[in-house]
Design a protein around this ligand. Structure first.
Ligand code: CU
Length: 137
């Protein structure tokens, strides 16, 4: 029911009409060039990380910051945290529901997202000005 909230472009209508006509034979225009060699099912959409279910997620610590600092995952998602700084860092939930412990340079640790949906802020316990948020939903 929400499909009509936008007025379609005229070009879009034309394309849609042509698409419909294609099924019954759109090629009566006699256009000799076979430029439309692309099969109809060629629309390959790369799925963004927001669609990821229980796949592995990575967080990098670099420049005294978490990358990305805001993350949205499914409950129980494994999150690999890697420290690329020369300084030691941690990724520790405010409520301690997850904690990498001390990560020296080049080290990584895997934490598991809480099973309870919600928004979990975390910090580096060594540098509490480093902040991030993990959203579980
Ligand atoms: Cu730190």
């Amino acid at each position: 029911m929400s499909l009509r909230h936008r007025r379609p472009h005229a070009a879009l209508i034309a394309a849609a009409l042509c698409l419909v006509t294609t099924l019954t034979g759109c090629s009566d225009s006699g256009n000799g060039s076979s430029s439309s060699s692309t099969p109809p099912a060629s629309a390959s959409v790369s799925v963004s990380s927001s669609e990821t279910g229980k796949g592995e997620v990575k967080v990098t610590i670099k420049g005294f910051a978490f990358h990305p600092a805001k993350l949205e995952v499914s409950p129980g998602t494994k999150i690999t945290v890697t420290n690329e700084d020369s300084a030691t860092h941690t990724l520790t939930a405010d409520d301690k529901s997850f904690d990498t412990g001390d990560l020296a340079q080049g080290k990584s640790a895997t934490i598991t997202a809480p099973s309870k949906p919600g928004s979990y802020s975390y910090i580096c316990t060594i540098h509490p000005n480093m902040k991030g948020t993990l959203t579980v939903r």
